[in-house]
Design a protein around this ligand. Structure first.
Ligand code: ADP
Ligand code: ADP
Ligand code: MG
Length: 448
């Protein structure tokens, strides 16, 4: 079993991981930048080490400092959380070389899945349905033109190394192709240091439905139902729910089995998520696999009763999975709203500042995952998510009602938030009917 875990992250996910460690009797080490001196994760961990100045590249992405902090404190494992170094194969390999357990899959799996163009090829061979598109990366404009013509417009140009909704461009006709391909390449180079792109068919009004899996080091893989993440703004998730309003038992089993096949073909270990697009005929297609814990993991925890972060720690510590597929029962309905410090009235401009007062909702079935407290300063250096509000109830209607009251009790003073936006969103007829797809927020003005 692991003895001391260093958390190479910040914010609510760092706090979430520290709590899971405590429950398992594992000691914790937080790392923090100078901007996070007063951050909650640094306060509640057993030990905390400053790893550099505010900019991510100098602190939370600074592998050398993080490994040094590990050696300094004698931590035997690193949990990377999400974002930052979580999907960095080089970092996972560096940990391995230094004799530190990386809480996640092997570097080879991260490499294989991190290159999304190659990952699709691997999945196709494993019999997992994929979206029609280029075989691997696209090298020239000529190649792109020929392929796009063959599969038919609209198409998407996507960064092979992409993540967080960046490096994706829609192309509606051939005359847009060159400009959009250049734009996607530039964004990919700036964000990921790699300008490789691939092309796939743009699926009209699909739903984003992803499957959570857990895999131990002994080849056991299980799936834990789906999450519907179709409520997206600019390809970024805003609200997630499970079960998906369009899911059937039959489709869940089929997608679950595809997800398990996807994990097995790359020798996957630890927690992972297979993201699929589902069209209106309920055909599903592999989109990518995220080789880490996800932001929206709590909704799965609520409906399955499985603590995914604890499972990550147990698996990394070498324990075989104690849960079997038949143990997984989906109970009730869970919804998560991502609460961000941003101003929806000003095109969702981030809104850093000091939280002057804070009141969070509570009661049965209400969960807050956050690292905020009254007096805490939200700095402009990191992403704008300040809390996740998660509700769990016996059915969808009750969960929505619970979410409505929880949102209306939630008070954050000092910074702008999207709480009111969420309130308006969950009152929409389309949401109430469960009738929305990935394009819903793009074509609907929630504030009107
Ligand atoms: P999830 O699928 O878990 O919801 P998101 O795509 O919203 O994940 O990303 C989770 C966090 O990680 C966000 O803060 C996002 O900005 C960040 N992130 C995701 N992928 C990358 C990446 N490749 N590089 C840097 N940050 C990323
Ligand atoms: P990232 O790595 O940035 O998360 P994804 O490949 O998961 O990128 O795509 C992000 C989002 O973009 C998806 O959730 C979906 O809304 C949209 N998207 C991606 N591929 C397609 C496609 N082929 N057709 C339609 N929408 C897509
Ligand atoms: Mg994705």
């Amino acid at each position: 079993m692991l003895k001391k875990v260093l958390i190479a992250n910040r914010g609510e996910i760092a706090v979430r991981i520290i709590r899971a460690c405590r429950e398992l009797g594992i000691k914790t080490v937080a790392v923090y930048s100078t901007a996070d001196q007063h951050a909650l994760h640094a306060k509640i961990a057993d030990e905390a080490v400053c790893i550099g100045p505010p900019k991510s590249k100098d602190s939370y992405l600074n592998m050398r400092e993080i490994i040094a902090a590990c050696e300094l404190t004698g931590a035997d494992a690193i949990h990377p959380g999400f974002g930052f170094l979580s999907e960095n194969a080089h970092f996972a390999r560096t940990c391995q070389k230094c004799g530190i357990t990386f809480i996640g899959p092997l570097p080879e799996s991260i490499e294989m899945l991190g290159d999304k163009a190659t990952a699709k090829e691997t999945m196709k061979k494993a019999g997992v349905p994929v979206i029609l598109g280029s075989e691997g990366a696209i090298k020239t404009l000529g190649e792109a033109k020929a392929l796009a013509k063959e599969i038919g417009y609209p198409v998407l140009v996507k960064a092979s190394a992409g993540g967080g909704g960046r490096g994706i461009r829609q192309v509606r006709s051939e005359d847009e192709l060159e400009a959009q391909m250049t734009a996607a390449k530039q964004e990919a180079l700036a964000c990921f240091g790699n300008d490789e792109v691939y092309i796939e068919k743009f699926i009209e009004n699909p739903k984003h439905i992803e499957i959570q899996i857990l895999a131990d080091n002994f080849g056991n893989v299980i799936y834990l139902g789906e999450r519907d993440c179709s409520m997206q703004r600019r390809n970024q998730k805003v609200l997630e729910e499970t079960p998906s309003p369009v899911m059937t038992d039959e489709l869940r089993r089929k997608m679950g089995e595809s997800a398990v096949a996807a994990a097995k073909v790359c020798g996957y270990r630890n927690a992972g998520t297979i993201e699929f697009l589902v069209d209106k005929h309920l055909n599903y297609y592999f989109m990518e696999m995220n080789t880490r814990i996800q932001v929206e993991h709590p909704i799965t925890e609520e409906v399955t009763g499985v603590d995914l972060v604890k499972q990550q720690l147990l698996i990394a510590g070498g324990e075989p999975l104690s849960i079997k597929q038949e143990d997984i029962k989906i109970q009730g309905h869970a919804i998560e709203c991502r609460i961000n410090a941003e101003n929806p009235e000003m095109n969702f401009l981030p809104s850093p500042g000091v939280i002057k007062s804070l009141y969070v909702p509570g009661g049965p079935g209400i969960r807050i995952d956050s690292a905020c407290y009254q007096g805490f300063e939200i700095t402009p250096y990191y992403d704008s998510m300040i809390a996740k509000l998660i509700v769990h109830a016996s059915d969808r209607e009750t969960a929505i009602a619970k979410m409505r009251w929880a949102l209306s009790e939630f008070i954050v003073d000092g910074v702008s938030t999207n709480i009111d936006f969420h309130l308006r969103l969950i009152r929409r007829e389309e949401f109430l009917r469960g009738d929305y797809d990935n394009g819903f927020l793009g074509r609907t003005d929630i504030l009107k």
